[in-house]
Ligand binder design. Structure first.
Ligand code: ATP
Length: 363
């Protein structure tokens, strides 16, 4: 019943198309994050699932039931927004129990479920405090609890952590995932923060300009981006992308990186992908999937900046013509201005069609 199917969904606002087309099936009990930059159509999609917006085209089904014409209140969804909507004149307990009381649940059940939710969200010590004096962090936790207590089969969260501070966000990521594991709701979570999507979601739907770019597990999206947009958007720093041309020398495929004066041999799967290329390719590898090599054995780029973040060192390499970043888990005396000789791990290389941006895959 709580499977969600979006079929050829389109949303237009006048002449502007906010969602060009969306086909997505979210399984019962699955946690799916809608991830993308501001304005890509995430909230529009969510609002249509909730019943706050009407699709211009396409269908939304919960299980086998078409939601066309079903108002928000009858969809059985819980919804939490970026801006907590709680009653400031009530206590935390009154806010948490509001839905249960409104639906006239027996009072012993109201007490039991309110206490359990407070315990789960670490709100027990402040149950009888008025909401008015509480911090934004706590208020958002109350808002989540107030919706979750109704145990909706479908739980929709639209950027619920974007107003809370960074340390609290980390705590809440764990708690939200725990909440979903306890109640096994189908969860749709809108965010522009890839860390939230990567740490919580079973699958991520990456969107850009009203178009679904890729759907997959966090690791699939990270390791095998479907196109250049996803390759750049996912990962911090994003994937290194260098222009090159497939060449075949004595039966072995390599990528000629042109101005870098280097020809990079390919592993079998990437070689098969390169053979399918129709012209130039973009050669991609993750910043942490490169190793230092001896002079003459890999690429050489000047170190333009050394960024030290605790144990990690991010090297900014190259100049305007070709640039890359590498991440090392140590600081081996990197110096600005010196050349770094490095090469990506062959199996970590990904190729993209330079013209269309689509990933080229071996199989
Ligand atoms: P954000 O995180 O900034 O909200 P988003 O990915 O959730 O981004 P949407 O809110 O879905 O994006 O908006 C998608 C596009 O549709 C934006 O360009 C937005 O300006 C436009 N849009 C959304 N609602 C309306 C509306 N009611 N009327 C006209 N345009 C709208």
């Amino acid at each position: 019943m709580s499977m969600i199917r979006l079929e050829h969904l389109v949303k237009r606002f006048g002449a502007f198309t906010a969602l060009k087309t969306m086909d997505l099936t979210i399984a019962d009990g699955e946690f799916v994050a809608l991830l993308g930059p501001s304005g890509c159509g995430k909230s529009t999609t969510m609002n249509m699932i909730a019943g706050m917006e009407t699709p211009s085209e396409g269908r939304i089904l919960f299980g086998d039931r078409d939601m066309a014409g079903v108002p928000m209140g009858r969809r059985g969804v819980g919804f939490v927004f970026q801006n907590y909507a709680i009653f400031t004149h009530m206590t935390v307990r009154q806010n948490l129990s509001y839905g249960l009381r409104a639906t006239r649940r027996p009072s012993d059940e109201v007490v039991r479920r309110t206490n359990a939710m407070a315990e789960l969200l670490q709100l027990t010590p402040m149950l009888d405090r008025p909401a008015a004096g509480l911090s934004v962090n706590i208020l958002q936790r109350v808002a989540i609890g107030r919706s979750a207590i109704m145990e909706p089969a479908i739980f929709l969260l639209d950027e619920p952590l974007s107003n809370v501070d960074a340390a609290f966000r980390a705590v809440m990521r764990t708690e939200l995932k725990g909440l979903q594991r306890s109640f096994k709701q189908t969860m749709v979570y809108v965010t522009h923060d890839q860390l939230e999507a990567m740490t919580m979601a079973d699958r991520i739907a990456v969107m850009d300009h009203g178009v679904l770019q890729q759907v997959g597990t966090p690791l699939q999206i990270y390791n095998d981006p479907a196109n250049l947009f996803v390759a750049r958007f996912i990962g911090s720093p994003g994937m290194n992308l260098l222009h090159g041309r497939p060449t075949e020398v004595a039966g072995s495929m390599a990528i000629d990186l042109g101005a870098l004066g280097y020809s990079l041999p390919l592993a079998p799967e990437q070689a098969a992908a390169a053979r399918k290329a129709n012209g130039d390719v973009v050669f991609g590898f993750r910043p942490e999937q490169a190793a230092r090599v001896s002079e003459g054995q890999g690429m050489a780029m000047p170190i333009s900046f050394v960024e030290r973040i605790g144990a990690r060192t991010i090297l900014h390499l190259g100049d305007g013509a070709a640039s890359a970043k590498t991440v090392f888990e140590n600081d081996a005396g990197f110096e600005m201005g010196r050349a770094l000789h490095f090469a990506p791990h062959p199996s970590a290389v990904r190729l993209f069609d330079a013209a269309s941006g689509a990933a080229l895959r071996g199989q």
